[in-house]
Design a protein around this ligand. Structure first.
Ligand code: PMP
Length: 442
């Protein structure tokens, strides 16, 4: 059996242009993982690193699970690939049925992609096309949020609201507005769970609707809990109010559950957690435990049905990817969903959430910490920026933590934690102790 461990690292690391990385800084002092098991990575120099971020918010069942590895290997030896354009194989049908069972209400139709970015762009395209197939071609405007992260496709960065992700790439999609984000330290610092202040910020949607005309707006996309921008938890009542305004004005509500899907909040999806029904849900990451790239968009019956009205021979939606419903991804996803179910990992996350909350909030006493926020098994710890040096404090903390055996993620001056859902209380203690000590002593 061949694996990457048998290849030695090239002398120069220049050939690989790393994504979302300061390449020169990293390549001067690389941090490389050689293997992983359950809660830990092992680095190329043989050190154990506790995974405080489930990789990139995705390895929810812990690393290198035998069941998933075997399912992938078996599938690769049985049916490596089959097209899903005008052809098929059982995998995506079986998996889609299972996902439809897992999602609430009439979220019953699954379009497969290969990543979160593709899921977002697919959801936006489905929303636009939905209005058009119903004869409502004037609904072309899309609404996102400031500080929203929706991947890196042109659709995703257009509705996204993180400035550096947008500003190098020209004028992007036309007809996009942004709601304000809900983060407010003055009112909500150190909130446990959902902050109480900020529901009214949803009314900005009404302002945008008035500014244009409701009949021009196709969809609103939000992360129920914004992750990559620094863990922003929605205020109590905020998502409910967005839902009712979308319903009032005929705007489709898209939940980007790329991070919140598959147990992160202690329920299968954020839509279950908040009891708010979107029209379309974008997922990725935890669907396969990240062992094979996969994403999906799940649509409510009315959306799918609207496309099924034309002639039987006509292709209903001119959209798809060579690897939509790839056999290896389907096999990995089925095994992953088995593990979530057999081990009750979503309930487990829910059960650990109070302990997690108290543990991460113990960091609030450190002088450099200006906010701690949490929900389910996710947390954001916001640091006071060093004068004149934004982002440096958190970045240096990440480097020190890695050297001392803990993987955290940073964005600006915010540290994000989102561990695999298999973790034990002692892992939580270890994470918080180590992070606390690095923040205190460097
Ligand atoms: N949406 C959200 C909410 C995400 O967090 C991410 C990735 N962090 C994406 C979309 C993009 O996913 P991918 O990197 O798989 O394209």
């Amino acid at each position: 059996m061949q694996n990457l461990a048998q290849f030695s690292l090239p002398e120069s690391l220049e050939a690989f242009w790393m994504p979302f990385t300061a390449n020169r800084q990293f390549k001067a002092k690389p941090r490389l993982m050689a293997s992983a098991q359950d809660m830990h990575y092992t680095t190329v120099d043989g050190r154990q690193v506790l995974d405080g971020t489930a990789g990139l918010w995705c390895v929810n069942a812990g690393h290198c699970r035998d069941k998933i590895a075997h399912a992938i290997a078996q599938q690769a030896a049985t049916l490596d690939f089959a097209p899903t354009f005008q052809m098929g194989h059982p995998g995506p049908f079986v998996l889609a049925e299972r996902l439809a069972q897992m999602l609430p209400g009439d979220l019953n139709h699954v379009f497969f992609t290969n990543s979160g970015s593709e899921s977002v762009d697919t959801a936006l395209k489905v929303a636009l096309a939905y209005h058009r197939v119903r004869g409502d071609a004037s609904r072309t405007r899309l609404i996102g949020r400031e500080r929203g992260y929706h991947g890196v496709g042109f659709g995703g960065i257009s509705v996204g609201g993180i400035a550096p992700n947008r500003k190098f790439f020209g004028s992007l999609l036309p007809g996009v507005d942004h709601l304000p984000h809900t983060h407010n330290l003055e009112h909500n610092a150190f909130s446990k769970g959902q902050p109480r202040w900020g529901e009214h910020l949803a009314d900005e949607l009404e302002r945008i609707v008035t500014l244009h005309d409701p009949s021009t707006i196709a969809a609103l996309i939000v992360e129920p809990v914004a992750g990559s921008t620094g863990v922003l938890i929605p205020p109590v009542g905020y998502l409910e109010r967005l839902r009712s305004l979308c319903t009032k004005y005929g705007i489709l509500l898209i939940f980007d559950e790329v991070i919140t899907g598959f147990g992160r909040l202690g329920k299968a999806f954020a839509t279950d957690y908040f009891g708010v029904m979107p029209d379309l849900v974008a997922v990725a990451k935890g669907i396969t435990n990240a062992a094979v790239p996969m994403g999906a968009v799940i649509a409510r019956n009315g959306i799918y049905d609207a496309f099924m009205q034309g002639s039987d021979q006509a292709i209903e939606l001119f959209h798809g990817y060579t690897y939509s419903g790839h056999p290896l991804a389907c096999a990995a996803a089925m095994a992953t969903l088995d593990i979530y179910e057999e081990e009750g990992l979503f309930e487990r996350a829910n059960g650990l959430a109070p302990y997690w909350q108290e543990a991460v909030h113990s960091l609030a006493e450190l002088s450099s910490v200006i906010d701690v926020r949490n929900l389910g098994l996710v947390a954001g710890i916001e640091l006071e920026p060093l004068p004149g040096k934004p982002s440096v404090r958190a970045y240096e903390c990440m480097v020190r933590c890695f050297e001392q055996g803990l993987l955290i993620r940073t964005t600006g001056d915010i540290i994000a934690l989102s561990p695999p859902l298999i973790l034990e209380k002692h892992h939580i203690d270890q994470m918080v102790d180590l992070l606390g000590s690095v923040l205190k002593h460097g």
